[in-house]
Design a binder for this molecule. Sequence first.
Ligand code: NAD
Length: 500
Amino acid sequence: MAKKEIKKTTPTKGTKDLSLDFKGVWEYAPAPEDSKHITIKPQYDLFINGKFVKPMSKKYFDTINPATGVKLSEVADANEKDVDLAVKAARNAYDNVWSKMPAKERGKYLYRIARMIQERAREFSVIETLDGGKSIRESRDIDVPLAANHFFYYAGWADKLDYAFPNRKPESIGVAGQIIPWNFPLLMAAWKIAPALATGNTVVLKPSETTPLTALKLAEIMQECGLPDGVVNIVTGAGVTGAAIVNHPDINKIAFTGSTGVGKYIQKAVAGTNKKLTLELGGKAAHIIFDDAPIDQAVEGIVNGIFFNQGHVCCAGSRLFVQESVAEVVIRKLKDRLQTLIIGDPMDKNTDIGAINSQKQYDSINNYLKIAKNEGLDIYQPTCSIPSKGLFIRPTLLLNASQSHKVVQEEIFGPVLAIQTFRTIEEVIEKANNTPFGLSAGVWTDKGAKIFNLTTKLKAGIVWANTYNKFDPTSPFGGFKESGFGREGGLHGLMPYLNF
Ligand code: NAD
């Protein structure tokens, strides 16, 4: 390990610079993950009825590594006819095979899928990082193990639905159309497919157009594990393909995770039909630090809450509320911590912050930074180097934010933290709830009573206390208000796939 000298941060205009001089911070030698063991085909077709088939559209689109700009593969662009074939395959498999199969046999397939994800964990992690830009540490330690755990967890429920819902005789629904975003591609596929299959439904899933590869690799597992044809169908494409799923008359349930804007469109589209709907949408979480909090742990929690996965997390703690008496010390410690974060090659195991997922998202985040500047906010970014190529944005603090700022009201979905102060508990509850979203929140305090008081008053589906961004297949996840409705994970995650 060599020592590196990092230049002192430029003091933000109008604020006293209290940050440490970081002479002598350790620099790690590069530790890139190997990608020679993985195979990415030059072209991927649609996975329909257990086979990879050419799209009727005859069209393909590129999927690109956002850290390098290099094309990884081209992927089929499904049109309405392709979606119709996938729905027919799913209907046939539902009517003739899957809904008739004894529940414990369904469970065995789910266990098999879980084990095969574990066996191929390294391959999945590398492909997730190459296609999505997130650091290999996250893909390896969070996305892939959690995806396998979801299949394990729901495999266990498959033959115990009568115990899960005593005296209620739950029944499967039919064909589920599932549409997912790009921030946790494999994990979101697992969140959707595992409970649907465990409850006896069949699936047509569409991954995001910027991160289709791990869902297609998952399709390979579906083939290898002998899953009956048509039980899981994977169609790739953008919004038009998603809309074809939403509007297909033979789909019984839509499960959507993505932006609030598209969620609103989908809710209108299914209104008046008998399709069931769950929406997991955007967020603008409040992360609250009281003066009695363990400050160093809280700072680590804040960093994990917003800079993890480049801030591409629906439940990211993107609004920080610090009690006034500790604001100076918290901000100083935050700046110091940001100075030590490593931004760059997502394939390097030392990297904390990888690449922004797409050019569109990169432009959108930079546009919000411009808005913040025009709104007169003090912007702090560490002086660390970032690669000259690829889509990288330094972690950013917006220091003198207030409720009326656009960057406080809207979801940025990037590594940008807006900081406000508060004096009383009533004030922070009102400010935290003053948003159209209601997905998650975080509280740091030494007092259990304060935690219970806040968790009942914060309008958020998930509230973490003295920790942040912790996920578990046994815990339900979902929002209030414009963050959507319905729960995924846990016992609650079975309900949207059942009729009672
Ligand atoms: P997005 O809404 O742009 O796209 C999500 C998916 O919907 C993609 O597969 C896309 O192709 C598809 N889509 C786009 N237009 C469509 C249409 N008209 N009809 C049907 N499908 C359509 O969202 P994104 O940019 O991919 O993801 C980021 C958003 O997802 C953020 O707002 C984030 O908060 C949210 N998100 C929420 C959760 C949650 O659990 N609440 C989890 C992850 C991400």
